[in-house]
Ligand binder design. Structure first.
Ligand code: ARG
Length: 562
């Protein structure tokens, strides 16, 4: 496909006292496509060239036309102080549709990541607690970034940095031995969570002491403590795996906090040797002497290590193991300071790669009610979404064969899409009406658009035509579809650069919108002329393909009927 903007730069610059970079800064995309695909304003040149800008525009248009129109362009014309450029629409349609249908599931992918590695730390829930809605965000944003990078040829390493170590397990062991029933590994997360909540609601101080002792025993490698802990861990993982299966999430590594136990001393020694730490009342800290960063505690005065110690060890280990080009931490905004402290410590330790680490933060979801405590259970939310969609489907499409399966795909898709469809750093208010609205900017809207396109192709009932006439796709709605489809590869690239999956989600809304206005305005199968029908079928298939490709990057299913 042609990079039109790139083609224009030299074609314009050669006639003006400007270089290509300066031209690039001036070039505009007119708000109304009737005015052309690109516009070059000449006002700024008037002084320097000693001519009124309309005259500059007129001469420039003539000079460019005299050279022969730039590749891929159909018209160049001066309108007042602007030169407007119009792309050759038929050629563009042929290029874009050819690329989409030719590459099919690979359309949009690239290879700029070839030879590069991105490590993504995402999901990373705390075991022995239910998978809360808070970890949903990390899971789906991280999962999308993982697929987006892979699509661009990166080697992606997905790491689930499980919160499977720390003082809370001392509390859990204490509570379990007092009030628990059955074996540790037979506990459901619900059971474990109830123990945890009970510990926190009626705890006499001597239990806190007991919990500290158990935690110490874990740290000292005491077999009895570790067996209990392992049981809880296994019970949790079983439940998490079920949720990951529903969400279609995968990891290459499950190295959680406990994985780093035997690497903590080494990490601490390296920090000390680098001279970045100091003793403070028996504890080991990094004092940044900076108000924003404060101090970072690496070892308590009783010798216990912390979340921070394990993150330091993890970063050092990941570098040795993967030599990454990027290390992304998909973690909520409240941990911004912790991660800034980590990165700054790495920098002070002389790790030249410290600036390859990036906090991919995200905001909070408000407005979900909870079953117990303050934690919202993700599984409840996914089940509720499925139920609500199933009710809608019963009305909209009572004859649907696999309503249960489709309801799950649409219900789960709605939750995931809602999470991915806005800038991640924003907080958002969760509303069932909003996320399930088939006509809103939602997952169901995109999925439904996809299903409509599939239904047109089913009615067509033949292979998508190989030969068609792109020149026939000349209406504004069709041209808008082509222009939108053309942008997909660029959108994926930008989403990876900015670590913003919402760019893909928003793009899919745009594709759905142009697709809807296209088939609401124009007949496809009974368009009359055979060549026109064939051309529109090709367009329908290309729109369908891009929706499938985009949804799959986000981890959202694309049912063919709904
Ligand atoms: N388990 C942590 C939490 O739930 C998130 C871990 C994020 N990753 C990391 N390397 N710190 O808050």
């Amino acid at each position: 496909m042609i990079n039109y903007r790139q083609v224009l730069l030299p074609a314009i610059a050669m006639h003006l006292p400007l270089d290509e970079a300066q031209v690039a800064e001036l070039i505009e995309i007119p708000p109304n496509p009737d005015m052309g695909d690109f516009a070059f304003p000449c006002f700024r040149l008037s002084k320097e060239m000693g001519k009124p800008s309309p005259a500059i525009a007129k001469d420039l248009a003539a000079a460019i036309t005299a050279e022969g129109l730039p590749t891929g362009f159909g018209a160049v014309e001066a309108v007042g102080p602007f030169v407007n450029f119009r792309v050759d629409a038929a050629r563009r349609a042929a290029d874009v549709l050819g690329a989409v249908l030719g590459k099919a599931a690979d359309y949009g992918t690239g290879n700029e990541g070839a030879g590069k590695t991105v490590v993504i730390d995402y999901s990373s829930p705390n075991i022995a607690k239910p998978f809360g809605i808070g970890h949903l965000r990390s899971t789906v944003i991280g999962g999308a970034l993982y697929r987006i990078h892979k699509a661009l040829g990166w080697k992606a390493v997905g790491i689930n940095h499980l919160g499977d170590w720390g003082t809370q397990f001392g509390k859990l062991i204490t509570a379990f031995l007092l009030w628990g029933e059955g074996k540790p590994e037979e506990q459901s997360i619900d059971d474990l969570y109830k123990l945890y909540v009970r510990f926190h609601t009626d705890t006499p101080p001597e239990l806190e002491e007991e919990a500290r002792r158990w935690h110490k025993r874990m740290e000292d490698g005491d077999e009895e403590a570790l067996t209990l802990w392992r049981g809880f861990r296994d019970a949790s993982l079983e439940e998490f795996r079920r949720i990951y299966a529903i969400l279609g999430i995968e990891f290459d590594s499950w190295a959680g906090e406990s994985f780093y136990l035997d690497k903590l001393d080494g990490a601490i020694e390296r920090a000390i040797a680098a001279g970045v730490t100091k003793e403070d009342a028996g504890a080991l800290i990094v004092d940044f002497e900076d108000d924003a960063l404060g101090v970072w505690l690496l070892r308590k005065s009783d010798g216990a290590t912390l979340y921070s110690t394990r993150d330091l060890a993890a970063a050092l280990y990941r570098w040795d193991e993967y030599h990454f080009d990027k290390l992304l931490y998909v973690v909520g905004a409240p941990q911004a300071r912790h991660l800034a402290q980590l990165f700054e410590t790495l920098r002070r330790m002389g790790m030249a790669w410290w600036d390859r680490c990036e906090h991919v933060g995200f905001g909070h979801i408000h407005g979900m009610s909870s079953r117990q405590g303050t934690l919202v259970f993700l599984e409840d939310v996914l089940n509720r979404a499925t139920e609500l969609v199933s009710q809608v489907m019963a009305e909209r499409n009572p004859d649907l064969d696999d309503r249960d399966e489709v309801s799950r795909q649409v219900g789960v898709g709605a939750i995931v899409f809602a999470d991915l469809s806005r800038r991640r750093i924003r907080d958002y208010n969760f509303s069932w009406d909003e996320i399930l609205n088939f006509d809103g900017e939602t997952g169901p809207y995109v999925q439904y658009t996809h299903a409509r396109l599939c239904s047109i192709l089913r009615k067509w009932g033949q292979p998508v035509p190989g030969a068609y006439d792109p020149a026939l796709l000349g209406t504004p709605e069709e041209a808008a579809c082509v222009r939108t489809l053309e942008r997909f590869p660029e959108v994926i690239r930008q989403a990876a650069d900015e670590a913003e999956p919402h760019l893909v989600a928003n793009y899919l809304i745009e594709v759905s919108t142009v697709a809807n206005s296209f088939y609401q305005r124009h007949r496809v199968m009974d368009a009359g002329d055979d060549a026109l029908v064939a051309s529109r079928i090709v367009l329908v298939d290309a729109l369908r393909q891009v929706l499938v490709n985009g949804l799959s990057l986000l981890g959202v299913a694309a049912p063919e009927r709904m």
